[in-house]
Design a protein around this ligand. Sequence first.
Ligand code: SF4
Ligand code: SF4
Length: 505
Amino acid sequence: MESGATSVLAEKAQPPLAKLAADAARLVPDIDAEEEPLYAARKKIYPQRVSGTFRRVKWAVLFITLGIYYLLPFVRWDRGPNAPHQAVLIDFPGRRFYFFFIEIWPQEVYYLTGLLIIAAMTLFLMNALAGRVWCGYLCPQTVWTDLFVTVERWFEGDRREHLRRDREPWTVERAARAVGKHSVWLLIAWWTGGAWVLYFADAPTLVKDLATFQAPFMAYAYIGLLTFTTYALAGWMREQVCVYMCPWPRIQAALTDEHALNVTYRYDRGEPRASVKKAAALHAHGEAAGDCIDCLQCVHVCPTGVDIRGGSNLGCIQCGLCIDACDAVMAKIGRPTRLIAYDTDANIKSRQQGRPSVYRPIRMRTLLYAVVIAVVGGVMTYTLATRRFDGIDVIHDRNPLFVHLSDGAVRNGYTIRVLNKTLSAESYVLSVSGLPDATIEVIGSEGSSGSNPIIYVGPDQSREMRVLVTTHEKLAPHASIPLTFGIAPAGGGAIANAADHFLGP
Ligand code: SF4
Ligand code: SF4
């Protein structure tokens, strides 16, 4: 037999052309070999029940997030008369979005942009600090799939039992279990769709209308649509959504770095794998054996069927359940836990070089994300706190630009629009400043306060009116004097302004 050293020498002795030909032959694919199909059929996953720290965190997150989703529409919030009393409400007919004490108007959709920027930056920040926290704990797909898998276990048993049942022929008992499981799945899916529509109308009233078939058709249509999507995505498609449909795993791959905490198999400690017995034998002969006993418990509990020991993987949603599974195994065989743990690539490299572990949460990218969140959040808070519930717009007449009256006075005409964004009617006092001796006349005003006209505007309405401003002052030729129109609530309050010009002959 040719020894390794001889073959290396023979390879070195090859002339360059012959070596190139040999390399090319190695690179040309074997046309007889079976081609890998582009489509991989789904392998059904039977996640095993597990308990531990991360499982408890996931239960807590599941109860809190689903509790908020299902119950929030029923939380009441007193906003006074003429306003809805639902804490969170997307009021399309009233063109308002209510979130507790915050009220957003249609012309303020830029808040939505701000919220989207904050949401994106928060995701990036979470990713830079602790990997796919969103995917593993908070994503609706993860939360509902977790719930559906739990229901499945009630009816089909844990992994082994379920596997056995699926291999057996259909019986009445198996069919009854399947019917029970799908019925509960559909019930959850239906209530998920039902809860969604309650965010768009007064929840108690809509529940009554839905029950008595008096609700609008669209409410039933949306409940049907969301029932179907929840049932399909959480019941049937599960990990396929994360692996094939969701763009976030691809985006996060580009955002992560070696200092981000991720669920990691500590291969520096785990390899080479060996059973407890084999490891004892290896140690007896002075050979190395890692802590991984290759029991596959980490794979069996994984909801996406990933073997984390193969390294970071698109399918790994970083739920931490394999940490719980491996910790239980390590505790049973008396070895230190956290063979699988939240760790960083930088730490593993560090340990391999005999240096201590270091975790660096404050890095350029985490600082950058935090600053963007703080700035956008700060600007949104400030504009929300200082925004006005009324407003005025002014447009100068285009023709004529001015009118010279017979008594020598000059008059300019304007169209003003007064906005009342409150949910009650309001009277405003109109004033003008910047022009000495100016008189204002509003066509169709509701009286006056001294020499200032009063304008009435209905709740959540705007009103357009003609305004004439006249002066007897002697104006310079072709004068263009800056004017400021102001409105103030008749009962007192701050003034909203709009600027324009008074033009002379
Ligand atoms: S490999 Fe571990 S962390 Fe990743 S999805 Fe599976 S169980 Fe969750
Ligand atoms: S659970 Fe732990 S010991 Fe078992 S195979 Fe996974 S990493 Fe190895």
